[in-house]
Design a protein around this ligand. Sequence first.
Ligand SMILES: Nc1nc2c(ncn2[C@@H]2O[C@H](COP(=O)(O)OP(=O)(O)O)[C@@H](O)[C@H]2O)c(=O)[nH]1
Ligand SMILES: [Mg+2]
Length: 285
Amino acid sequence: MKPSAPSLLLLIPAYNEEGRIGPVLSLYAEHFIRHYPGRFQLVVVLNGCRDDTLGIVRAAEQRYLCIGHLDFPAPIGKGGALIEGLKLAPLADLVGYVDADGATPPEAFLDLVGRCAAGEADCVIASRWTEGSRIDVAQTKDRRRASRWFNAVVEGLFWMGIRDTQCGAKVMRRAVVESVQPQLRLADLAFDVNLLYSLKRAGFTVREVPTVWTDKSGSKVAFNFKTSLNMLLSLVRLRLLYSPFYAWLGPLRPVEAWVYRWLNAPPPRSREDARRNEPAELRHG
Ligand SMILES: Nc1nc2c(ncn2[C@@H]2O[C@H](COP(=O)(O)OP(=O)(O)O)[C@@H](O)[C@H]2O)c(=O)[nH]1
Ligand SMILES: [Mg+2]
């Protein structure tokens, strides 16, 4: 990348990550300060943490000027946190996100950024299921099986030709983010499908590239019946959002709200909420 490299905003959603996020912040900050020629900002988006994630993030902010955070007390979910974080898109030319546990090493994320900066696609995403990927530590067998089922359902409903919508590392051009923001409605883990489908529909290109992945223990994602049902429900909801029947479904809204409450999942945002685009206050230290 040339010295005139685009500025980069990296979001890291974090929920009860006091045990995992500290070294990851140092690793990413060091790597990008050393190897990324453009302006680099890293923003951790916390919500409802019941541990000292905030203390760990603040300590990192003392060491690295490029780190900041947003903190939401409400349980807005990983998707909700990313939706809020993406409102900071005007700060940079390229905007991306990655998980807090370091499963994607900074080198692999930088590769995505380089490809996006070089114009290979409007959005470049890491894929564990594309030939050439290197899986140092794989997800559990159950998670891998669930991942393939999930992918089959996503393909059946959305026909995107993407093998791994759920890998936590993605980067895109600011204009892409800004153009799809009003369509980002899902606050749970199906958020990635919401993002990818809305940007494909808008005519933007997505490139899936093989990645390096080291699965980490201490997952914050409950892997159970309710989570699976939640994901399925959100995918169906997303599909309906783009169908001519959506307007007829208004009377079902209270039932939907009840189901998401029962599933203990962050509910989808209303159209009005999605259109409101006030960025939260970025904090440092
Ligand atoms: N802000 C926020 N982040 C979340 C939430 N749930 C998960 N995350 C983050 O999403 C990322 C992926 O979670 P992780 O536990 O690594 O998922 P897994 O590797 O798929 O089991 C991590 O950075 C988590 O901290 C949430 O409710 N809110
Ligand atoms: Mg993880």
